[in-house]
Design a protein around this ligand. Structure first.
Ligand code: HAM
Length: 453
C-alpha cells in the first residue's frame, strides 16, 4: 500500500498533551476554587448559538464578530430537514466569547426575578478565526464570570480582585492590572464626538484599520497597536478627563476599593476594549511591560446590554480569563506548579503468563473497590514496571512474579521507602485498602499541620 499522508490538526488549534495537562489541571483547579470561594455558581452553556446573538451583543462591527466568527448555515448541511423553516435557527455561530450566552441564559431562564446580585461563572472553549501567533489561538478556553444586578463600584473592585487572586495563587507576580472608564450613555457620545473631531484632522497619519474605526468605532483607535498611529493617539483627548461627574465618582470609588484590598493597578487612559457593550469600568490584566501584547484577562461593565437584549434593565459586569495564555505564561516564566497528586494508588506489576492473568483480575477487583490501580501490560521486566509505577507516583505497587503465582501470594511494596511485605492473594485487597486509607489520612494530617504553621 502506498504510504498515506497523515492528517494534521487545523491551524490555530492545539492538542494538550499529558505534560501540559498538569498545568491545565492546576490552572483550572485554582480558577474553580477562587470563583467558588468568591460566591460564584458554576453553569455550563452551549458552544454554539444563533449568529444574531453575537451581532446584537458583541457587535457586528467588532473584529471578533465582523472578521473572526465561525458561522454556519445549517440549512445547507447534508440531511438538513429544516431548510427554510426557521431562518434564524439556521444561521449559527461557534461562540467567540461567552458573555452573550450568559446574558441570553440570564434572560431565558428567568434569572431576572432571582435575588440580586447573581454571580455566575463557566469555563469553556471559544472560537475566533484570528491570525494564529504567540498566545493567539483559533480555539481557546476562557474562564468567564459575570455579576448581574449590581452597579455599586465595590462589585467592580471585588471582581478585579478575584482575577488578581487567581493570578496570585498561580504565583504569577509579573503581571499588572490596567483600568479605565469609558463613560456612560450620557458622556460616551460626547467623548466619541471629541475623538472623531480630533482624528478626522489627522486621518492621513492613521493606519487603514483606524480609518475604518473612525467611522464605526472611534474609541477603538485609542487601543490600536500599529506603530504608525501611536504619536497621533498620544495627542488625542483623554477619556477619563471627559467622562461625566457620576462616571468619575464611580471610577474613583473602584480605585479606592482596590487600594483598600491591596490590589495594585495602572490607570490606563487608552484602554477601551474591543467589544461593543462596555460602559464605565473596563480592565485588563497583562504581563508586566507587555501591555501591547496579548492580555491574560479582560472585562468590564455592560449596564445597558441586558435591556438591549430584551430583558429588564439591569447593571452587569464580568471578565474573561484566557486559560491557554495563563498556561503559556506559567511555562514561559518557569513558574513551578505543585507536583500533581498521585491519581494511581496502586500499581500492579507482573512477571509470566500466570501472574499476568492474576494481576489483571486483581486490577479489576481493586478498581471496583475505588482503588485506582495502574498496570503496564506491555513491559516485561520488573524494573521497567517499577519505573512506570514511579512515574505515576503510585503509593504502593503489587508484585506478582512466577513464584507468587504458584504460591497464591503477592508482594506489596511501599513506593515511599521500598519496604516490602508478602501477603496471601485472598488477603491482598483488604490489606491494600487499609494501607491506602492510612496513607491518605497521614498525608492529609501532614498537609493540615503544614498549613497551620
Ligand atoms: P476578551 O478580552 O475578548 O473579553 O477575552 C478575554 C480573554 O480571553 C483575553 O484576555 C485572553 O486571555 C483570552 N483570549 C481572547 N482571544 C484569545 C485567543 N484568540 N487565543 C487565546 N486566548 C484568547 C471577552 O471575551 C469578554 N467576554 C470578557 C467579559 C466578560 N467582559 C464582560 N464579561
Amino acid at each position: 500500500m502506498p504510504k498515506l499522508q497523515p492528517i494534521n490538526k487545523l491551524k490555530g488549534f492545539k492538542d494538550v498533551l499529558p505534560e501540559d495537562y498538569v498545568y491545565w489541571n492546576h490552572v483550572l483547579a485554582v480558577a474553580d476554587e477562587v470563583m467558588l470561594s468568591g460566591g460564584f455558581d458554576r453553569i455550563d452553556l452551549p458552544t454554539m448559538e444563533k449568529e444574531d446573538l453575537y451581532n446584537r451583543t458583541t457587535g457586528e462591527e467588532t473584529d471578533v464578530v465582523g472578521k473572526e466568527m465561525y458561522t454556519f448555515d445549517t440549512s445547507r448541511m447534508i440531511g438538513s430537514k429544516d431548510k427554510k423553516k426557521d431562518k434564524d435557527e439556521n444561521i449559527v455561530a461557534l461562540r467567540p466569547e461567552i458573555t452573550p450566552s450568559m446574558v441570553r441564559a440570564y434572560i431565558e431562564n428567568g434569572m431576572q426575578t432571582w435575588p440580586k446580585p447573581i454571580s455566575l461563572f463557566t469555563i469553556g472553549k471559544c472560537y475566533r478565526h484570528e491570525n494564529p501567533q504567540g498566545g493567539r489561538y483559533r480555539e481557546f478556553t476562557q474562564l468567564d464570570a459575570e455579576v448581574f444586578g449590581e452597579e455599586d463600584a465595590a462589585i467592580d473592585a471585588s471582581l478585579i480582585s478575584l482575577v488578581w487572586d487567581i493570578f496570585q495563587r498561580l504565583k504569577m507576580n509579573d503581571i499588572e492590572v490596567h483600568i479605565n472608564s469609558i463613560g456612560c450613555t450620557e458622556c460616551k457620545p460626547r467623548i466619541k464626538k471629541m475623538l472623531v473631531d480630533y482624528f478626522k484632522k489627522k486621518q492621513s497619519k492613521l493606519c487603514e484599520d483606524c480609518k475604518k474605526r473612525l467611522k464605526k468605532n472611534p474609541l477603538r483607535i485609542l487601543d490600536c497597536k500599529n506603530e504608525r498611529c501611536q504619536s497621533t493617539i498620544a495627542g488625542a483627548p483623554v477619556t477619563i478627563d471627559n467622562i461625566c461627574e457620576e462616571c468619575k465618582k464611580h471610577l474613583m470609588s473602584v480605585l479606592e476599593y482596590l487600594d483598600e484590598m491591596g490590589v495594585s493597578y495602572n490607570l490606563t487612559p487608552n484602554l477601551v476594549r474591543g467589544l461593543d457593550y462596555y460602559n464605565r469600568t473596563v480592565f485588563e490584566v497583562t504581563g508586566k511591560d507587555d501591555r501591547r501584547q496579548n492580555a491574560l484577562a479582560g472585562g468590564g461593565r455592560y449596564d445597558y446590554l441586558i435591556e438591549q437584549m430584551g430583558g429588564e434593565p439591569s447593571p452587569a459586569i464580568g471578565f474573561g480569563l484566557g486559560i491557554d495564555r495563563t498556561v503559556d505564561f506559567l511555562k514561559n516564566n518557569n513558574i513551578r506548579i505543585p507536583k500533581p497528586k498521585s491519581k494511581v494508588n496502586i500499581f500492579m506489576i507482573q512477571l509470566g503468563e500466570d501472574a499476568k492473568k492474576i494481576a489483571l483480575k486483581k486490577t479489576r477487583e481493586l478498581r471496583k473497590m475505588d482503588l485506582s490501580t495502574g498496570i503496564a501490560i506491555g513491559k516485561d521486566t520488573i524494573k521497567s514496571q517499577l519505573r512506570a509505577a514511579d512515574k505515576v507516583n503510585a503509593l504502593f505497587s503489587v508484585i506478582i512474579g512466577q513464584r507468587e503465582a504458584v504460591t497464591n501470594s503477592a508482594i506489596i511494596r511501599d513506593m515511599r521507602d521500598g519496604v516490602q511485605e508478602t501477603v496471601e492473594l485472598e488477603d491482598l485487597n483488604g490489606r491494600l485498602l487499609n494501607m491506602v486509607e492510612e496513607r491518605i489520612k497521614e498525608e492529609e494530617e501532614y498537609k493540615k499541620k503544614a498549613k497551620s504553621k
